[in-house]
Design a protein around this ligand. Structure first.
Ligand code: COA
Length: 645
């Protein structure tokens, strides 16, 4: 049986045996797939899809063969979906990392008196990072437990162990997630980016760990060195902002030279990148801070002062704009929140130790990374800069605080806040576009060994019935009918959530069946080439709940050109939304979406208020799904607490 945290220190704490991600029953997935897509495609297309799906699932058919192979794979591996999912979700994707893939966490705006003040903050932050990393290395991080739906089960901690020792290496067709084993790098160091230059800040000198004061001293030296225009190097970080194939091709040119090869190797093995940004000159509101985190404002601002392949990249701007931008493939936003909340609490809770003596009397000068350039490489940098600029111009972002009510009001209605917000997002989309579309909501499957996420398909038929009731002037349904439809939509959403978090979602399963077919070198089954399947994977609405307990918020870009990215952070008395879309699409506009969302949330509250009391509770419906799932022969997360090994 897989053991969580393979070798926890003796007696420190409990370890838990986590179950494997189940392989859902084939028929259950195929039926769910049809009911998820029926109302999202034209009737004629649906009938065609239905015939294809029935044929795929018939006894002795292709579906059964692939399911058998998947079950065999599940027997042989710790997690049958992990590699398929990682490649499909991240490593095979060719789009540029900023905006399209890397999420950002925006810290509260800081009020720095001057540059030195911002460097003090940066030194304190890095001290916190080292303290957190020490907790990871000594394996004393407490195990997370599920909250909300099906609360109480322990969660897989593996993602924490990939925060500081991973790197996404670009490839021509597929990237690689490089994982450095603990102790595989000779020394601990971070890379500091300043004025598009990269410096190595060693954290251990003469076998002694640098204290905060030393780190500050080194940062001050770096800022000075970065100002020296004679030694200035070209902005090589720009290459990492490009499409993955373009960057892989450029990297191949770069590594022909040993100087470039060495600089790349140093960056690839660092713990994290610290970007010391100049003031951007932008107005410092939530939206502009979020933009600076996502793409740095392009090459003319801070866009080249980054290394986007590195999973943990901290940004400290002289103007108080701070946060992180992360390469997403090693971990989910929830793990990032846990880490950054720790850091924020460290920053405010533990006083800066600047007054203490330094640990090392003679600190070596930090090394500037050098690059060899040629006219060809200059051309590549220019092309990357232009493509980043296009991305910057195209991103339409709106960060909005809905202050009328928060999750406490929703809980009082005996509804799941997450389900309620998802239904509100469907209402907003319908209001803007007159239809519902394939929607992605990330559902954590960390209840399982090495679990990452599956998808909650929030565009349910019940949500469609509700949004129609709320928007169709002619139908003028009674409030009690609208309320009934709201409950149906909330229950359907809550039930889907439970299905997904218990490992029975359809997206991972269909992906597994498709990938197994590919491995068997079969002709691709029609179910996966069908128009409906293609539409089912075009996530025009890509959503995710990333709640925080300290003041900060997460954001990310849309995943398709005509789509929205919507990250939300439900708080007791307000709801925070970060909505993104592309100006290039005539179908989207973030401000219009936010306005529709605002209106819908107010209407939903009014509807709840008018209705005397809830007609049913989501909770009984939810537990029914859980029972059914067990009845279907699948395993709900059952965990056996074990004492420390
Ligand atoms: N009546 C009253 N309260 C209810 C309720 C009901 N019917 N249903 C739920 N609640 C309460 C819960 O008990 C919980 O209370 P808490 O705040 O005290 O913990 C709270 O409302 C929130 O529950 P809910 O809104 O149902 O959501 P959830 O916390 O279960 O989250 C998901 C649902 C899908 C977001 C979560 O399971 C998940 O997967 N999160 C990870 C998402 C992710 O990975 N994001 C990052 C991607 S990079």
């Amino acid at each position: 049986m897989p053991i969580l945290e393979r070798e926890p220190p003796k007696g420190r704490r409990e370890s838990y045996v986590l179950p494997k991600v189940p392989v859902p029953p084939l028929k259950q997935t195929l039926d769910m797939y049809l009911s998820c897509m029926k109302h999202l495609v034209k009737e004629e297309q649906y009938q065609k899809t239905k015939a294809i799906v029935v044929k795929f699932g018939e006894p002795g058919g292709t579906g059964e063969l692939l399911q058998k192979k998947l079950l065999e794979r599940s027997d042989k591996t710790y997690n049958w979906v992990y590699d398929y999912w990682l490649e499909d979700m991240y490593l095979n994707q060719r789009l540029a990392l900023p905006v399209n893939s890397n999420p950002a966490m925006v810290f509260p705006k800081q009020n720095f008196k001057d540059r030195k003040d911002s460097l003090r903050f940066a030194a304190h932050l890095i001290t916190g990072v080292l303290e957190y990393k020490e907790r990871i290395d000594t394996r004393v991080l407490p195990v997370d437990f599920a909250r909300g739906q099906l609360a109480g089960t322990p969660l897989c901690m593996k993602q924490y162990y990939r925060l500081f020792n991973t790197y996404r290496l670009p490839g021509h067709k597929r990237d690689t997630l490089v994982i450095h084993k603990p102790g595989s790098t000779e020394q601990e160091y971070i890379i500091v980016a300043c004025k598009n230059q990269f410096f190595v800040l060693d954290l251990v000198v003469n076998k002694k760990k640098l204290k905060e004061m030393d780190i500050l001293t080194q940062l001050e030296k770096i800022v000075k060195m970065a100002e020296n225009s004679e030694e200035r190097q070209p902005p090589f970080g720009l290459l990492t902002s490009d499409g993955r194939t373009e960057w892989a091709q450029a990297r191949e040119v770069l590594i022909k030279d040993s100087v470039n090869r060495e600089s790349l190797a140093v960056i690839e093995k660092c713990l994290c990148v610290l970007c010391l940004d100049n003031p951007s000159g932008m107005e410092v509101g939530d939206t502009s801070r979020a933009l600076l985190m996502l793409h740095g404002g392009g090459h003319e601002k801070m866009g080249a002062n980054r290394w986007y392949d590195k999973p943990m990249q901290f940004i400290v701007g002289e103007d108080g704009v701070c946060g992180t931008v992360c390469e997403h493939s090693p971990f989910e936003g929830i793990v990032l929140v846990a880490c950054t909340e720790y850091l924020m609490k460290f920053m405010t809770g533990s006083p800066s130790k600047m007054g203490r003596a330094t640990s090392v009397s003679e600190l070596p000068t930090p090394a500037r990374l050098l690059w060899k350039t040629t006219p060809h490489i200059q051309g590549l940098l220019k092309a990357s800069a232009e493509r980043l600029q296009r991305l910057v111009r195209d991103l339409d972002m709106d960060v909005h605080k809905f202050e009328v009510y928060g999750k406490e009001f929703i809980k009082k209605q005996k509804m799941s806040p997450d389900a309620y917000i998802q239904v509100a997002l469907q209402l907003a989309f319908y209001r803007c576009n007159g239809r519902l579309v394939s929607t992605y909501e990330s559902a954590s499957i960390r209840r399982f060994h090495e679990g990452r996420v599956d998808n909650i398909r929030s565009a349910t038929s019940e949500a469609l019935a509700f949004v129609k009731a709320m928007t169709d002037q002619k139908a003028s349904l009674s409030d009690s009918e609208k309320m009934k439809r709201l409950w149906d939509a909330i229950n359907a959403q809550t039930n889907y959530t439970i299905t997904a978090i218990t490992g029975l979602g359809i997206d991972n399963h269909l992906l597994g069946l498709r990938e197994i077919a590919q491995e068997l070198k079969m002709e691709m089954p029609e179910i996966f080439t069908d128009e409906t399947y293609v539409a089912s994977n075009q996530f025009i609405l890509s959503t995710s709940q990333v709640p925080t307990t300290v003041e900060m918020f997460c954001c990310y870009g849309p995943v398709v050109p005509n789509g929205y990215g919507c990250c939300y952070n439900p708080q007791s008395d307000h709801l925070l939304f970060s909505v993104t879309s592309f100006h290039g699409s005539t179908e989207t506009c973030s401000a219009v979406f936010i306005k529709a969302l605002d209106e819908g949330l107010v209407e939903m509250r009014d509807l709840c208020r008018k209705s005397n009391k809830p007609q049913s509770s989501a909770a009984p419906a939810a537990s029914k799904v859980a029972e059914n799932n067990q009845g279907a022969g699948s395993k709900l997360p059952s965990t056996l607490p074990k004492t420390g090994k």
